[in-house]
Design a protein around this ligand. Structure first.
Ligand code: PMP
Length: 411
């Protein structure tokens, strides 16, 4: 009752009531889909480093990071300074600034398969543009997509079906991750009309164990695309700048033809990128894909600063260190409290699931308890760490999760 009184009188609750009148459903995305426990704030007021603050002044150590972008932490001085410097000149104009060329040069230099770069705003814009390039290059229609992967909220791939026409997806052929037989079937079904395949670097679908791609499966994607003359698209929107600065598939030794980047490339500013091989340059030149804000210079300045900082401080190494420390602590705590968990995914973007947890009930209770102790952990989505998650921050978070596990064990 204490909690419900607090909730009723909270600034967050007042904003929810106002939003319910003027925003359909009061909210969209995960907040409306019931993917958060009730005590999670729906509105946030600020952030710094690894910490976010809600509209009621509560502070949390954040492991969602805006769904991934804040790879250097909130309000990173070098990024904010670069953004402010560019903002003093201009942001949205009739044409791009010098920053666009600098960013394209930087990405082409960093990423092996990239001979050119094309910019957009969101991951969804960029994955959709990548499909357009693949279709322009091949003159074909069909795209192979892993059945449950999220590539954005466009009609060809959004997980919701309301308002979506069958025609929006008639050229999408599905396969299952790491399932060679289903991939073979999908290639066969699209035979003669295959434009491309889009895939995430590892299976990071919501609410299920994360799964690294097998070398065999990645190889089969490459040979299948080569045999069909189709375009292999790596959707690195969620993983980019987290697993490896030069493409998340560096380690499996398979090169895509196109890769799509967003989220962490600019530490919270809206810009995404499509990188491609020389052989697709003409196709990328031929398409008409643009937007009013696609040339905006501030996000590009932020991206330049973000990538420079990630390189300077070994950003991937720091993320891995933070993730490893968090994992070791959580696994110990779960064992001590007597819970069987599956802790999957790379250190930088882990996902914790309770074994035999019907309807994610324990996950919800755990996230709810962790939030009470100052730690923001999404119950159904992979977590992210940033370079601002220092040893000291991780240890503080573990104090909170330790209490959360104990609370669950004694419930
Ligand atoms: N692809 C992947 C793998 C993603 O995780 C996301 C976002 N969660 C997208 C594409 C879409 O990006 P955005 O939300 O910026 O449109």
């Amino acid at each position: 009752t204490n909690t419900s009184t607090t909730l009723r009188e909270s600034a967050d609750h007042r904003l929810r009531s106002r939003a319910a009148r003027v925003v359909p459903g009061g909210m969209y995305g995960h907040q409306r889909a019931g993917l958060f426990p009730a005590n999670f704030p729906q509105f946030l007021a600020g952030g710094n480093g690894a910490i976010i603050r809600d509209v009621d002044g509560r502070e949390f150590i954040d492991f969602l990071l805006g769904y991934g972008p804040m790879v250097l932490g909130y309000q990173h001085p070098a990024v904010e300074e670069a953004a402010a410097r560019q903002r003093a000149l201009a942001d949205c104009q009739n044409a791009p600034s010098e920053r666009m060329v600098e960013l394209a040069e930087l990405l082409v230099d960093m990423v092996d398969h990239a001979d050119w770069a094309y910019f957009a705003k969101n991951g969804t814009d960029a994955t959709t543009t990548a499909l357009t390039i693949a279709r322009a290059a091949t003159g074909r229609a069909k795209i192979l997509v892993e059945r449950h992967s999220y590539h954005g909220a466009a009609p060809w791939c959004t997980p919701g079906v309301a308002g979506i026409q069958a025609a929006d997806r008639e050229n999408i052929v599905y396969f299952d991750y790491n399932d060679l037989a289903s991939l073979r079937d999908a290639f066969a079904e699209a035979d003669g009309d295959l434009a491309g395949v889009i895939i995430t670097p590892f299976k990071h679908n919501d609410g299920v164990d994360q799964e690294l791609i097998t070398a065999e499966f990645a190889g089969a994607l490459r040979t299948g695309c080569d045999a069909a003359g189709a375009v292999l698209i790596l959707d690195d929107v969620r993983c980019g700048m987290r697993l490896h600065l030069g493409s998340s598939w560096r380690d499996v030794d398979v090169e895509p033809d196109l890769s799509v980047w967003g989220k962490a490339i600019s530490n919270g500013y809206a810009v995404s990128a499509i990188l491609g091989r020389e052989s697709l340059r003409d196709a990328a030149t031929s398409i008409f894909s643009t937007g009013t804000f696609w040339f905006a210079a501030v996000p590009m300045a932020a991206a330049l600063a973000t990538i420079a900082e990630l390189r300077r401080i070994d950003g991937v190494g720091l993320q891995r260190r933070a993730g490893d420390r968090f994992k070791a602590g959580l696994v110990d705590q779960a064992n001590a409290a007597g819970f069987e968990i599956a802790y999957t995914g790379p250190s930088q973007m882990p996902y914790l699931r309770f074994v035999d947890d019907v309807d994610h009930k324990l996950s919800f209770e755990f996230s709810e308890a962790a939030l009470e102790h100052g730690v923001y952990l999404h119950p159904r989505h992979n977590w992210f760490v940033s370079t601002a998650h220092t040893d000291e921050v991780i240890d503080r978070a573990l104090e909170g999760t330790g209490m959360a596990f104990n609370q669950l064990a004694s419930a």
